[in-house]
Design a binder for this molecule. Structure first.
Ligand SMILES: Cc1cc2nc3c(=O)[nH]c(=O)nc-3n(C[C@H](O)[C@H](O)[C@H](O)COP(=O)(O)OP(=O)(O)OC[C@H]3O[C@@H](n4cnc5c(N)ncnc54)[C@H](O)[C@@H]3O)c2cc1C
Length: 438
């Protein structure tokens, strides 16, 4: 039997969740994962799995229960070069996955802002990037397997056990422990990213055209200004033109350190936040870089923050953002972090925030240690008035009463959950509230 590690204390990246599990396990095989399920049942304990701890919500909370990390369960299981599909162990971190795919001439179709997550963690909360023609990361998955509460290995795919698959693609770790994931990839590609300082009022009338003409487009709007940083990424045959050091110095060291100084001033003197936002906006400069796709997608986030993100129907995105802009000005919210605005193609995954329609994701950030409650409460009220669906891994206050009205396949998901875990082996308080099981 695999031995537990006792005395471990968990803290997530965003420092919103801290707890001590009774037992902490680091399995390195499916067999060990099945042993832990058996052990939990014998001891009448519940299990939560953690990926990289990059969610802000209490999804991974397992106070005095069992917490499992799959950091010793990473790597390639199988690659099908003809189909361009890669099957990996579920604990594989996105940075390792990207390198592994690149070595095999492949790449993920799309990615989010960072690459620190475990692939199963990114999948389980519906992590996404931007691009009107690209779905959330779980849409890149064609098959997966997991160990359910009975200790059985369940295999499902877009062709086999489809009903379970549609539930498992975004499942908040509530159906069982995902062990393997098969991704539909594409040939490795380079991206040319152009970052430009523009204005919100100037870009709004051009958004549809921009989305038609660019592979991945997003922008950051700086509160108390009309300034945005627009990011246009397109596939190119040209070779990478950045040296590792130059990229690190300008994009990582300089950007993060300057922003940290500004953020510290804002935290010390909250009333300066509006000015700090204006300084950030003014300091933006245009830049251009060509690199391998995953190196363009992934950015280093060394300045910590708290985040709320909601998906709203794409055609309502701009109106929703403008209402948040008015709210910030009216309530004089002390915030200097920009709001991120991204597009995602609609899908058919039961708990996907993009279920059924193309979606715009709007993210509100607050520097770690600065009060975010008033800002997020006001923004959330606006998101809800646009049928908003919260990002499962980011701050939100929604529970079953609201959520069930926003997901047409809510009951179908709950049936699969009940079937896979009738006694709540994988539930904690947060999930019980989300699923209305309290
Ligand atoms: C700096 C930063 C940048 C971010 N950028 C983006 C972004 O660009 N786009 C975006 O959409 N999100 C983004 N996020 C949010 C992040 O992608 C999600 O919260 C993601 O779920 C975190 O992955 P993780 O591996 O850390 O998972 P965790 O937070 O550790 O866990 C998330 C969920 O996955 C479950 N889980 C993990 N592994 C398994 C498994 N093997 N089996 C079953 N369940 C499992 C957990 O139980 C939990 O329910 C960002 C977060 C941070 C901190």
């Amino acid at each position: 039997m695999i031995s537990p590690i006792n005395g471990y204390e968990f803290k997530n990246w965003g420092e919103t969740l801290q707890f001590k599990p009774r037992h902490y396990f680091k399995p390195s095989s499916e067999d060990e994962i099945q042993q832990i399920v058996q052990f939990a049942k014998e001891k009448q304990l519940t299990i939560r799995v953690v990926g990289s701890g990059h969610s802000w919500t209490n999804l991974c909370e397992a106070e005095n229960q069992i917490l499992i990390t799959l950091e010793n369960y990473q790597g390639l299981i199988h690659i099908d070069k003809e189909k361009k599909q890669a099957t990996v162990k579920s604990g594989t971190k996105l940075y390792a996955l990207s390198e592994l795919l690149e070595k095999n001439g492949l790449a993920m179709i799309n990615m989010g802002d960072i690459n620190k997550q475990a692939i199963a963690g990114a999948l389980s909360t519906g992590t996404h990037g931007t691009g009107i023609n690209y779905g959330i990361i779980p849409t890149q998955v064609v098959a997966l397997s997991f160990i359910n509460a009975n200790g059985e290995k369940i295999e499902c795919s877009s062709e086999h056990n489809t009903h379970i698959f549609k539930a498992a693609q975004v499942s908040l770790g509530s159906l069982g422990i995902i062990t393997s994931i098969t991704l539909q990839c594409v040939d490795a590609y380079n991206l040319h990213i152009q970052k430009k300082k523009e204005t919100l009022s100037g870009i709004i009338p051009r958004l549809d055209k921009i989305n038609q003409e660019n592979r991945n487009f997003e922008f950051y709007w700086f509160p108390y200004t009309d300034i945005i940083q627009a990011k246009y990424s397109n596939q190119t045959q040209e070779k990478p033109n950045t040296s590792g050091f130059k990229k690190w110095f300008f994009d990582v060291f300089l950007e993060n350190n300057l922003f940290k100084v500004i953020s510290d001033i804002s935290r010390t003197i909250p009333a300066s936040a509006a000015t700090m936002s204006k300084i950030c906006g003014m300091a933006i400069s245009d830049s251009s870089e060509i690199n391998v796709s995953h190196r363009i997608f992934a950015t280093e986030r060394l300045v910590k923050f708290t985040e709320m993100e909601y998906g709203v129907p794409a055609e309502k995105g701009v109106e929703c953002l403008l209402r948040i802009k008015d709210f910030i000005a009216r309530e004089k919210i002390n915030v200097h972090f920009p709001i991120e605005f991204r597009w995602v193609r609609g899908d058919d995954i039961y708990l996907s925030p993009a279920y059924g329609y193309d979606t715009v994701f709007i993210s509100c950030h607050m520097y770690l240690g600065m009060p975010y409650e008033k800002y997020f409460r006001g923004a959330e009220k606006i998101f809800l008035s646009y049928e908003g669906r919260p990002h499962w891994g980011k701050m939100h206050t929604q529970k079953a009463d609201y959520l069930k009205t926003k997901y047409p396949k809510w009951d179908d998901f709950l049936k699969v959950r009940e079937q896979m875990d009738p006694n709540g082996l994988f539930l904690n308080q947060h999930l019980k509230e989300i699923f209305g099981l309290v």
